[in-house]
Design a protein around this ligand. Sequence first.
Ligand code: CTP
Ligand code: MG
Length: 225
Amino acid sequence: MEAVAIVLAAGAGLRLGIGEPKAFLALGDAPILVWAVRSALACPQVGALVVTVPLGFEEEARAALEALGGAVTVVTGGDTRQASVRAALAEVPLDVPFVLVHDAARPFASPDLFSRVLEAVDGDAGGALPILPMTDTVKQVVDGWVVATLARDELGLAQTPQAFRSDVLRESHDAVVSEELTDDAAVLERAGHRVRAIAGDLNNVKITTMLDLITARERVGGAGG
Ligand code: CTP
Ligand code: MG
């Protein structure tokens, strides 16, 4: 098996504010989580999946994912995203060379994006991620005052799925336990590893706010639409 995909769905969805974990909300014909898992399973290099869910949602997740087939392990996530990644990594067999990490909050990631980011982990890259260019002018603001205008062409927006050499990802998570980091590329960066940037996908939006959810539901139509 070339890669295991970790799909993170153990967040509470506080910014969405529905009072139910985001990944379990309906989007068209299926919960958001199922969309993310279907994409990962459709990537030919992915041999198995580990999915993190909030405590108490394990059986609901297993029931929803059973029909998809494939080797899917559901585990209880942690209090932070990084703790959830560590919980999932513990379920990944040591002999699998690559790990993909994907946020269930991005249900529209294509199987091709999983493949492309995985193929970008070559040479001295410990990992790779999709990046979208910035289109707005970017200001650094402190206490209500602009302190700098940043060079937009050197900045980008990070997406998932992100791909890593398994040993590098494990070693980085062991070395850097910093709960404010919001992606795994940042863990590698802190640990001193090189991370390659590939072209992100504008369709691969993240569902964070109610507006994001409404827009995603309009896009797919159907029951959750
Ligand atoms: N996640 C996770 N475990 C956590 C926190 C987050 O598995 N303890 C997952 C989420 O389920 C999500 C992804 O990490 O798919 C990105 O997190 P985010 O978009 O912040 O989702 P939530 O943490 O659920 O949302 P919020 O921060 O608004 O509460
Ligand atoms: Mg969060």
